[in-house]
Design a protein around this ligand. Structure first.
Ligand SMILES: [Zn+2]
Length: 157
C-alpha cells in the first residue's frame, strides 16, 4: 500500500508538488453536483441512482470522475495507481446530498431493505450512527478500504 508520504514523494518527483501544495492549502477541487439518473459510474458504467452511496474523485487539474458506490471509487483508484488525485468525496449516508472527504469518513455495511445491494455506507467520523455500532462490527477507514480493493484486484476479482 502506498503511504501518503510515498505519494507526496512521488508527486514531488513528477513535479506535482506545487499542485498538491495548492490542494492542501484549500484549493482542491470540491465536490460537483451529480446528475442522479443520468450520470454513469466511470468504474462499472451503471447509472448513478442512489444518492446515499454516490462518490466522486477529482484530479489535481480538476477532472472529475463520478461513481455509484464507495466500492467503485476504491476499485477505480486501485486500477489507476498512477493517477494523482486532488480529492475524493463520498456521500454522507445520513445526509446524502452532502459529500464528505473520503479520507475523513468511516465506512460500515449498509443494512437496508431499500438498498438490496450490499454497499458500504460512509458516515462522518463524528456521526452518532458510526459510533453506535452493532457488537463485533468494525468500521473501515479509507486506507483499509483502498487496501481491500487493491487486494481484490490483485486476485482478479
Ligand atoms: Zn460503479
Amino acid at each position: 500500500m502506498t503511504s501518503l508520504l510515498q505519494r507526496v514523494a512521488g508527486y514531488a518527483r513528477m513535479g506535482f508538488l506545487p499542485t498538491l501544495a495548492a490542494s492542501l492549502a484549500g484549493c482542491a477541487p470540491g465536490p460537483v453536483p451529480i446528475a442522479f439518473g443520468a450520470d454513469r459510474c466511470v468504474d462499472c458504467a451503471h447509472v448513478i441512482r442512489d444518492k446515499p452511496f454516490a462518490a466522486q474523485a477529482a484530479t489535481p487539474e480538476g477532472r472529475v470522475y463520478k461513481f455509484d458506490s464507495v466500492e467503485c471509487l476504491a476499485d477505480w483508484i486501485g486500477r489507476h495507481p498512477d493517477q494523482p488525485l486532488g480529492s475524493a468525496w463520498v456521500a454522507d449516508y445520513e445526509h446524502p446530498l452532502r459529500m464528505i472527504p473520503a479520507a475523513s469518513a468511516v465506512y460500515l455495511p449498509a443494512a437496508s431493505a431499500r438498498y438490496p445491494r450490499a454497499h458500504l455506507a460512509a458516515y462522518a467520523r463524528t456521526s452518532a450512527a458510526a459510533t453506535r455500532l452493532a457488537p463485533g462490527a468494525t468500521p473501515l477507514r479509507w486506507p483499509q478500504l483502498k487496501e481491500a480493493a487493491r487486494r481484490r484486484l490483485a486476485l482478479g476479482r
